[in-house]
Design a protein around this ligand. Structure first.
Ligand code: FES
Length: 179
C-alpha cells in the first residue's frame, strides 16, 4: 500500500475565544461600514429620483414669437425651456411644443411628449396627425388619441397673445408614469 502525505497541509489550528470575538467584531464593523457607505450613496440618488415629484413648476408665460411669425392653419414646433431647470439639467431643460395658429388671434399648443411614455411626437402635415415613433401612438390634429397605447390626448398648454407676442404657459406635462 502506497501512503502519501501532503507536506503542504497546514496543521489544524483551532481559534481561541479572543480570536473569534475579534473576528466577529471586525465582521460586524465591515457590515456597518458597508451599510453606512450605501446610505451615504443612496440619499442623493433617492433625492434625485423623488425630488421632481415635489418640485413645483412656476407659473410662467414663455414668449415663443410674434403673432405674424405664424401662418393661419399651420402647425409648427416652437422651442420652450423649463422655467425652473435643475442646476445640472443642461440641454435637457430645453423642450418644444407644437403650436398651431387657428385664426387671427387664436392659437393651440400641444406638448411634444406622448402621454404614453413621453417620447416626442411628430406632426405629419399631409395626414394631419401626430405620430409617436416609439410604440405607434397616433393622435388626431386636435390632440385626441387615434390609435396605439397613449392613455390620454396630447397635453395642451395654455396660450395667449400679449402685445402681439404669442406666449405659452409652462406646466408639468403628464405622461403615463406621472398620471
Ligand atoms: Fe408614444 Fe409609447 S411613447 S406610443
Amino acid at each position: 500500500m502506497n501512503e502519501t502525505t501532503n507536506s503542504n497541509q497546514e496543521p489544524s489550528h483551532s481559534s481561541t475565544p479572543e480570536e473569534i470575538s475579534r473576528r466577529t467584531f471586525f465582521t460586524k464593523l465591515s457590515i456597518a461600514c458597508g451599510g453606512l457607505c450605501t446610505l451615504i450613496m443612496a440619499v442623493p440618488i433617492v433625492g434625485f429620483v423623488v425630488a421632481p415629484l415635489f418640485r413645483k413648476v412656476p407659473d410662467k408665460w414663455i414668449p415663443v414669437g410674434k403673432v405674424d411669425d405664424f401662418e393661419i392653419g399651420k402647425t409648427v414646433d416652437v422651442q420652450i425651456s423649463d422655467p425652473s431647470p435643475l442646476p445640472w439639467a443642461g440641454i435637457t431643460s430645453k423642450s418644444a411644443a407644437w403650436l398651431r395658429r387657428e385664426s387671427a388671434n387664436e392659437f393651440i399648443a400641444f406638448s411634444v411628449n406622448c402621454t404614453h411614455m413621453g417620447c416626442p411626437v411628430r406632426w405629419l402635415a399631409d395626414a394631419e396627425l401626430f405620430m409617436c415613433p416609439c410604440h405607434g401612438g397616433v393622435y388626431y390634429k386636435d390632440g385626441a388619441v387615434a390609435a396605439g397605447p397613449p392613455p390620454q390626448p396630447l397635453f395642451r398648454f395654455a396660450v395667449r397673445v400679449v402685445d402681439g407676442i404669442v406666449q405659452i404657459r409652462s406646466a408639468p406635462v403628464p405622461i403615463t408614469t406621472t398620471l
